[in-house]
Design a protein around this ligand. Structure first.
Ligand SMILES: [Zn+2]
Ligand SMILES: [Zn+2]
Length: 281
């Protein structure tokens, strides 16, 4: 039987263009990647007609690097009680979804934001309304992926039942999710047994990408600080166990490790990632 090759990649800088990020992925031993559509700290974006999609696809075909995911801005907060911030967040996500469509990417990963202590129940309908409108205003071949959070400061979706609820309410094939191992660990989710929880919540078919990150903080700390593989606090056994789950084997893995020189994911992290993934118990 033909076994599809596993997709292992990293979040990389697009300062030289998305096509250069594709080449950089291949250079560090990765075969898929995640990018920002512009600076993650600024709302401003360059117009899509300045992005040469053909050039990107040429690099992808030449090097067999796919898929490409886009990470939304960290400034986004769809759960805020400030309507101006919600509106600018929605506009930014719409841009990223158009970018995803333009480059034929596989989805925009988003941290929905923080309810700032008001609780999920208090603003969950606002989220549904915003998500529906964002999808209605964007191309049908673009996908939005809700990422689980580490939970600190009222961050939405540290509890996987919140993701389940949002996916069910919005009920669109264009709304799926991303599981981040660092965030889960920080939110008090045991990675060695989380597979059963995903099965119970029927969250496998909507899981489109995994952020494979180690954590710099202890279990249940609520903190979102990624670690390099081999330097973090997540027990290696738990990560190996999770990666051996049959459903996980067909899902692209993206690391957002800080890098051994602090400049983001590097070849050494990809090597360590491959070792983790190929470990058979
Ligand atoms: Zn992540
Ligand atoms: Zn994170």
């Amino acid at each position: 039987m033909m076994v599809a090759i596993r997709r292992l990649g990293a979040h990389l800088s697009t300062s030289g263009g998305v096509d250069q990020a594709v080449r950089q992925a291949a250079a560090i031993g990765a075969n898929c990647l995640q990018v920002f559509s512009g600076s993650p700290r600024m709302w401003r974006r360059t117009s899509l007609d300045k992005i040469d999609a053909v050039k990107i696809q040429t690099a992808q075909n030449e090097l067999d690097v796919r898929p490409i995911f886009t990470h939304a801005l960290y400034l986004v907060n769809l759960a805020s009680d400030k309507s101006e911030l919600v509106q600018i967040s929605a506009e930014s996500l719409k841009h990223d979804l158009r970018f995803d469509s333009h480059i034929q990417g596989s989805g925009v990963v988003v941290h929905l934001g923080s309810h700032q202590g008001r609780g999920f129940e208090a603003m969950k309908l606002q989220l549904v309304e915003q998500l529906r409108q964002i999808l209605a205003d964007t191309p049908p071949n673009s996908t939005l992926l809700i990422e689980n959070s580490a939970g600190q400061n009222g961050k939405i979706a540290s509890d996987l039942t919140e993701i389940r609820w949002l996916l069910s309410q919005v009920s669109s094939s264009r709304l799926n999710w991303c599981f981040d191992t660092c965030h889960a660990f920080a939110a008090g989710i045991n990675l060695a047994s989380v597979a059963a929880e995903l099965t119970a919540l029927d969250l496998w078919s909507s899981l489109k990408v995994i952020h494979l990150n180690d954590s710099r903080d202890p279990f249940n700390s609520g903190r979102d600080r990624h670690g390099n593989f081999g330097e973090g606090t997540i027990p290696t056994e738990s990560l190996r166990h999770f990666l051996q789950t049959p459903q996980v084997k067909s899902i692209p893995l993206i690391t957002e490790a800080p890098g051994f020189d602090g400049h983001g994911p590097d070849a050494e992290n990809i090597i360590r990632m491959k070792t983790l993934v190929s470990y058979n118990t």
